[in-house]
Design a protein around this ligand. Structure first.
Ligand code: FES
Length: 582
């Protein structure tokens, strides 16, 4: 295809021309080195240069097919007359990284931001998949604000074990509890490992990766259909190719990320999260992305917008189906259509294909109402994320009602306290642990600073002696996060966290705690005097490491209600390169 002509009077000045358009020694250097892999001279004729930001890594199993996806994006860019340049950034694999991939989300976002800004790019395609890769790349790209399209890698095919579907994460939790309760053998456990993850792609439950892929679509930064097409379905490659074509047009239209990521699009995404029964991690990630692009978003927006929104999807962990079923039933377009028909969508929010979200989805069909329920007959009613306040969490804490046990949503119980994750692991299965099913499990020091990195440990394992009694849920409270594939009556993200001197740090065994989700309350029922007495004795923990990124993170990380970003990264900074002097 013939490249379209550079710059009509309406076309924006391309950043890349400052590199490749020069007729001096620097122009020679910029072009000549790029030519070393066989790039013809006509690629430097002023066509849009598009970066393909790739999180491929064998250490990120969910993203190992990204070289193939990048090839399809590249084909689309070439077809539209652009010049693709693929580059790697730090990849974050949820399953292998220690202490938690979340510790490195902000670091990866800095890599993305600086890689985009420092190079001769006019637009970017972000290849995202495993949980943290989506927010990290969106945060970094938002800080530069070029025309940008995100392409998710897509979910794995459904897990199949002995004739039943099993979902990544969700069935890991239930099977490991079954193993601890002696209900299944180690051999059965190992067999399930091989059956659960049987294709390329990310977790195929509505965990954090599927949630964030849905957020990409609901925010309008991905192409329609982005959320659910399986990773190995040819239509995923078509989507990647269309994204490649489209980003070239976006450069010509100067359609930047800041025109897509508006307050309206975030509000649409929050409601979509409630409708899909999405991960609580989306709360932190969306607030962090909004902070980077300059949109004010708070946890209270989540509570306000989630009210009156129902869960429409019968997907694990809240239900029984998996992402493959979701796609065949109509995918996110069918959900967005339901929201739009019930006045729960800003219909005019712009998306990357140049159309409004409503134009894209108003005719979306639903092929299976068992998987995607209608708004009139939802899967679960009123399930938006609830934000709790009280003396235990003056800055807020959250709970996901769709994953909780209804009768525990109003509960008063005796606290059983674990000082940190090691303490939990050491004592939770101790037969002498003084605990029953009415108690409330409290875990400290697992927040952004405390862990560090705010690990997904908030859904504490229940004591095995209670599991053996058939108990399946208890109220659990912490400053940690929870895996999007997990479930239970779990209060998360308490702010301030214990390691920052929050009240959580002061809870003692035997204290009475009251949870009332309907009233949005979480209270530690002890006197102010007693609280003050305990606070006087509290000592701040030392940073776990006094060097490198860990130190930078510990010194600058914000609390969960502010997206756990680094304080100096908040706020859009734009595509200009400081000291751009040659
Ligand atoms: Fe990568 Fe679940 S481990 S998405």
């Amino acid at each position: 295809m013939k490249p379209k002509k550079l710059r009509s009077s309406k076309q924006p000045t391309l950043r890349s021309v400052k590199w490749f358009g020069r007729q001096d020694i620097y122009g020679f250097i910029y072009r000549s080195w790029v030519k070393n892999r066989g790039v013809p001279h006509d690629q430097f004729d002023g066509r849009p240069v598009i970066g393909i930001c790739n999180t491929y890594s064998e250490l990120t199993p969910c993203n190992t097919h990204f070289r193939t996806i990048a090839e399809h994006v590249k084909a689309g860019i070439l077809e539209a007359g652009g010049f693709p340049l693929e580059f790697p950034v730090m990849s974050l694999g949820e399953t292998l990284m220690r202490p938690t991939a979340m510790l490195y989300r902000n670091l990866a976002s800095m890599d993305v931001e600086e890689s985009i800004r420092a190079n001769p790019l006019d637009g970017v395609v972000l290849l995202v998949g495993c949980d943290k890769t989506t927010p990290a790349l969106l945060m970094g790209a938002a800080s530069v604000d070029l025309p940008t399209v995100a392409v998710s890698g897509g979910p794995m095919l459904s897990g199949k074990y002995r004739g039943t579907d099993i979902g990544s994460g969700t069935n890991v939790w239930s099977m490991s509890e079954d193993l601890r309760a002696g209900k299944i053998t180690p051999d059965e456990f190992h067999e399930a490992e091989s059956c659960m993850h049987r294709s390329h792609g990310h977790c195929m439950t509505m965990g954090t990766a599927s949630t964030m892929a849905s957020m990409v679509e609901a925010l309008g930064v991905g192409m329609p259909g982005n959320a659910a097409i399986p990773a190995v379905d040819a239509r995923r490659y078509v989507l990647a190719r269309m994204a490649g074509r489209r980003v070239v047009e976006m450069v010509r239209e100067d359609l930047r990320l800041s025109k897509i990521l508006t307050k309206k699009s975030f509000e649409n995404a929050i409601r979509a999260n409630a409708a899909i029964g999405g991960s609580t991690n989306a709360v932190i990630h969306l607030i962090a992305i909004a902070g980077r692009i300059g949109v004010e978003l708070s946890i209270d927006d989540w509570d306000r917008l989630g009210r009156g929104v129902h869960t429409l999807l019968d997907l694990m962990p809240s239900g029984k189906y998996l992402m493959e079923d979701f796609y065949y039933a109509g995918g996110l377009p069918a959900v967005l259509r339901e929201l739009g028909r019930n006045n729960k969508l800003h219909k005019d929010a712009l998306t990357v294909n140049g159309k409004s979200i409503w134009e894209n989805n108003k005719r979306a069909p639903c092929w299976n109402r068992d998987v995607i329920h209608s708004f009139d007959k939802p899967f679960k009613k009123n399930t938006g994320i609830a934000v709790l306040r009280g003396n235990l969490c003056p800055g807020g804490a959250i709970i996901k009602p769709s994953a909780a046990t209804p009768k525990l949503m109003k509960h008063k119980g005796r606290a059983v306290v674990f000082e940190n994750i090691e303490d939990l692991h050491k004592r939770v299965d101790d037969p002498k642990l003084d605990i029953d099913e009415r108690c409330i499990m409290v875990l400290k020091n697992c927040g952004p600073k405390g862990y560090p990195g705010m690990a997904e440990v908030g859904n504490m394992p229940l004591p095995s002696k209670l599991l053996k009694k058939g108990i399946t849920d208890m109220v659990r409270i912490s400053d940690a996060r929870m895996s999007g594939t997990a479930y239970g009556t779990v209060v998360l993200h308490a702010v301030p966290e214990a390691a920052a001197g929050g009240t959580l740090a002061l809870v003692q065994n035997g204290d009475i705690i009251e949870l009332d989700v309907a009233k949005r309350r979480l209270e530690l029922l002890i006197s102010e005097d007693e609280l003050a007495r305990r606070r006087k004795k509290w000592k701040a923990p030392k940073p776990p490491l006094e060097r490198g990124y860990w130190k930078l993170y510990f010194d600058h990380v914000l609390q969960a209600d502010q997206g756990a970003d680094l304080d100096f990264l908040v706020g859009k900074s734009g595509p200009l390169v400081p000291r751009d002097n040659h």
